[in-house]
Write a protein that binds this ligand. Structure first.
Ligand code: SF4
Length: 258
């Protein structure tokens, strides 16, 4: 019997993929394989628990035991949008180790819930290569599946009585409690606006790594006058705060006019 192993991230894409695999193959030989990077939103695990129960499965949760920032200390490197060792060492590696011990490549299909967007589809060859020798399928990106927006996927889980992860109210991805080092400025600005405590937490973590390494490393970079420069989360927050204060002042001044 072929085993169907869904890489279950706790995101809406992997949930939608799992639902399609269950519908097509049943759940007797299905596994939801999740990696715990030690820094997820507790609501992500609520979602994993509720969706697994809906499918009648107990998820398999693997873990390296470290958080991304603990790993950055160990490997003496701060993850960023260009290179994020946390993704490989805390997620892919523990999942792969579980697969090596439990899933015969000759008789297993791995399912990845990337969404049917041009950007995500471009990732397919690389993902398939990384998962060799296992066969990989992308349930949301095949020619039988009409392209669905994230809002439609969220509506699908609501329709079966499950509340989607709360982070989708403002974020694109349900990743490491909104503190994903791969994210760009737009995401970090949204984190600052929607969850300032979490932003400050990441800011402290970044500062701790800078002190640990004795180097001016940063998660973010920006381009000024054609030159790339590092941008600390602290500097970025101060800029956002100044912009917000200026906007408030402008609104107050405008409101005072007849
Ligand atoms: S979600 Fe982001 S921070 Fe978390 S493990 Fe993946 S790349 Fe690293």
């Amino acid at each position: 019997m072929t085993r169907h192993i869904v890489q279950y991230s706790g995101g809406i894409g992997s949930c939608a993929a799992a639902m399609r695999v269950a519908e097509r193959h049943g759940t007797d030989d299905m596994v939801l394989l999740a990696a715990d990077a030690g820094s997820e939103d507790p609501d992500l695990w609520r979602f994993v628990k509720e969706t697994s129960a809906y499918l009648g499965l107990e998820p398999v949760i693997v873990s390296d035991g470290r958080t991304p920032f603990e790993l950055f200390h160990d490997v003496r490197f701060l993850g960023n949008s260009r290179l994020a060792p946390c993704s490989h060492l805390l997620k892919q590696k523990p999942c792969r180790e579980w697969m090596e011990a439990n899933a015969d490549p000759a008789d297993t299909i791995v399912y990845i819930g990337i969404e049917n967007t041009k950007r995500d589809r471009a990732r397919i060859p690389g993902i398939a290569r990384n998962w060799k020798p296992w066969r990989v399928q992308f349930p949301l990106c095949n020619r039988w599946e009409p392209s669905r927006s994230k809002a439609e996927l969220l509506a699908e889980v609501r329709a079966v009585g499950i509340e989607p992860p709360r982070i989708y109210a403002w974020a694109e991805h349900n990743n490491c409690f909104g503190k994903c080092v791969r994210a760009g400025k737009r995401h970090w600005a949204a984190l600052w606006e929607n969850d300032p405590d979490r932003y400050r937490e990441a800011e402290r973590d970044e500062q701790a790594i800078r002190e640990h390494l004795g180097k001016p490393v940063t998660i973010l970079r920006e381009q000024v006058g054609g030159v790339k420069r590092p941008l600390t989360l602290r500097e970025f927050r101060l800029r956002l705060e100044a912009e917000a204060a200026a906007e408030r002042e402008l609104a107050t001044a405008g409101g005072g006019r007849p």
